[in-house]
Design a protein around this ligand. Structure first.
Ligand SMILES: [Ca+2]
Ligand SMILES: [Ca+2]
Length: 168
């Protein structure tokens, strides 16, 4: 589960409430102003909608507690600089994701940044390995329970790093 703090909504949106109802043109402009403010606020909300359904959907990178994509799952479409503040979904929900992963699935879309670099430490540091788009399976043994952060990268960036050898 990815827990993020939502931006706090301001108490006062700075929009004056009309004192009289007969000011139709002014009312329309105020409604328009409110709509503009609401659209702006929506843009500030973090895009975490794809995470949190305990399923590896298209566009997500998924990490599993056990081999063969089983037991607890972490599923998210964004980058994560720290997997130690995330918990598995579905099973093993009490376990943090960092250093507790044995299998993975890069279900990324065919966009520019479609490959994933996984790191042995938080903050995108430590022995990166590339997991290309579509790659699925068990981690090589030197990476068992070792991933602590990951990010999406281009194929060119992926090719500058060692590829993770996955087994099925
Ligand atoms: Ca999902
Ligand atoms: Ca995290």
């Amino acid at each position: 589960m990815v827990v993020r703090c939502l931006p706090r909504l301001p108490q006062n949106l700075g929009i004056a409430v009309p004192a009289r109802g007969h000011d139709r043109g002014g009312m329309f402009n105020r409604i328009l102003a409110i709509a503009v403010v609401l659209v702006g606020l929506a843009a500030l909300l973090p895009t975490t909608a794809s995470a949190g359904n305990a399923r590896c959907d298209v566009g997500e990178f998924c990490l599993y507690y056990w081999f063969d994509l089983t037991q607890g799952i972490y599923n998210f479409s964004g980058n994560d600089p720290n997997l130690n503040n995330d918990r598995f979904e579905g099973a093993h929900t009490g376990y943090k994701v960092g250093n507790f992963t044995l299998s993975v699935w890069n279900r990324g879309r065919p966009v520019a940044k479609r490959d994933v670099l996984v790191y042995a430490n938080p903050g995108y540091k430590g022995g990166p390995r590339c997991i290309v788009q579509g790659a699925i399976g068990n981690l090589s043994s030197d990476y068992w329970n070792a991933i602590e952060s990951y990010k999406w990268v281009t194929r060119a960036e992926c090719n500058r790093n060692i590829r993770m050898r996955l087994t099925q």
